[in-house]
Design a protein around this ligand. Structure first.
Ligand code: 13P
Length: 159
């Protein structure tokens, strides 16, 4: 993981104001990194940065917007994690409201855990994550070795 990181930012509708507040509070620390968001979250994060840069003249970070979560955006982020293209994820999911794409939400969480990327699912953890000294370090998470799984033998029926 480079010092300049790719950070995924995602929030469900009832948690979007939390994420926007978090971005506004931490915008200086986020500025030098690449951000990748699901569609609607990305729009709000871009607006938050645009407002800051209007006030300060600072450059807006690169913000890549995927599809909206329920329309495949969570899966796009999951694919990016599997390809090693996301270093950190803040995903403020809603524990109080069922989501039509709950399977995608769980799949995204699962893949973040599988690839051992730093992942915050609530604001307090996001605060700890962004204030960690590792946030700015060239940190390499240990990945489990799945070679044995990849090369496991499969019994073929009828052969
Ligand atoms: O649904 C989401 C994550 O599961 C977020 O999607 P949006 O950012 O498009 O609202």
């Amino acid at each position: 993981m480079n010092i300049r990181k790719t950070i995924a930012l995602v929030a469900h509708d009832n948690r979007k104001s939390d994420l926007v507040e978090w971005v506004q509070y931490n915008w200086k620390r986020l500025q030098g990194h690449r951000l990748v968001c699901t569609g609607t979250t990305g729009k709000l994060v871009s607006q938050a940065f645009a407002a800051k840069s209007q006030a300060t003249g600072d450059v807006i970070p690169e913000i890549l917007r995927m599809k909206s979560g329920p329309l495949g955006g969570d899966q796009q982020l999951g694919a990016m994690i599997a390809e090693g293209k996301v270093d950190i994820m803040v995903f403020l999911w809603d524990p109080m409201e069922p989501q039509p794409h709950d399977v995608d939400v769980r799949a995204l969480e699962r893949i973040a855990v599988l690839y051992n990327i730093p992942y915050a699912s609530n604001r307090a953890t996001a605060d700890f994550l962004i204030s960690s000294e590792l946030f700015l370090a060239d940190y390499h998470p240990v990945r489990k070795d799945y070679e044995e799984y990849i090369h496991r033998s499969i019994q073929h029926l009828g052969r």
